[in-house]
Design a protein around this ligand. Structure first.
Ligand code: C5P
Length: 232
């Protein structure tokens, strides 16, 4: 069984949520959003390391969360986040031990990831290099110019919305991050860094419940999902 490390970027501000507290630290029923996310990964057998990237003022808070789950994994750690998500992940990558085969990157604000999707992604990443969870685009996507005039309507049947986890063989992800750093390339997800160095990345069809809690409406949906789970 491949040994998996999980990097959880949890830095950045809560600007789109309109709250003072950054999104990962907002309470969702019995735990913060971040704790729900850590819990989801800690219960997966092959998860051996968890590293969270955040700002220093939240270190103590995260330490307390990680302590609760440390016995379920071999190593837990915290690193300082960067100005961009990509920089936060780069810092966390430095902490992953060389015994690890696969590295998953998963947004702190996606607490409803399932064990089955994590396992499917691991299997595909072991086989081809990388795999990400994504869902088919449900809206038609428009490409526009700076005046918002439509330039192009790409064929929706080939378009997927990337989520996380995004899972890669460790050496491949390190190489992708080193190249991006060297070229000052800033991507909006991890797969894009791997793609640009020629790495192969598969899409695993995910689940709309794996939502990224970004806007106040997402919090309401998240509460409904938890209520529903409580009834199962
Ligand atoms: O802001 P965005 O929606 O891209 O955030 C996605 C994830 O990346 C969140 O979990 C957020 O905490 C994290 N992030 C980070 N460092 C940044 C910006 C965002 O770790 N500088």
């Amino acid at each position: 069984m491949s040994k998996l490390a999980v990097i959880i970027p949890a830095a950045g501000s809560g600007s789109r949520m309109g709250t003072r507290i950054p999104k990962p630290f907002i309470q969702l029923k019995d735990a913060s959003i971040l704790e729900h996310t850590i819990r989801a990964f800690a219960q997966v057998d092959n998860v051996k390391e968890i590293v969270v990237a955040t700002s220093e003022e939240w270190f103590e808070h995260i330490d307390r969360i990680l302590e609760k789950y440390a016995s379920q994994v071999n190593r837990v750690g915290i690193v300082e986040g960067g100005s961009e998500r990509q920089h936060s992940i780069y810092n966390a990558l430095q902490k992953i031990s060389s015994k690890i085969d696969l590295v998953a990157v998963h947004d702190a604000v996606r607490p409803f990831i399932s064990e089955q999707l994590i396992n499917e992604c691991c299997e595909a990443a072991s086989n081809v290099g990388g795999a990400i969870v994504a869902v088919p685009a449900k809206d038609t996507i428009k490409k526009v110019n700076s005046e918002n005039t439509i330039l192009e309507t790409p064929d929706r049947s080939n378009l997927w919305q990337a989520q996380t986890p995004q899972i890669f063989q460790r050496q491949l992800l390190i190489r992708a991050y080193e190249h991006a750093n060297r070229d000052k390339f800033l991507g909006t997800d991890d797969a894009s860094l791997v793609e640009r160095i020629g790495g192969s990345v598969k899409v695993i069809e995910g689940d709309r419940r794996n939502l990224k809690i970004t806007y106040p409406i997402d919090l309401k949906v998240a509460e409904l999902i938890l209520d529903e789970r409580g009834r199962i």
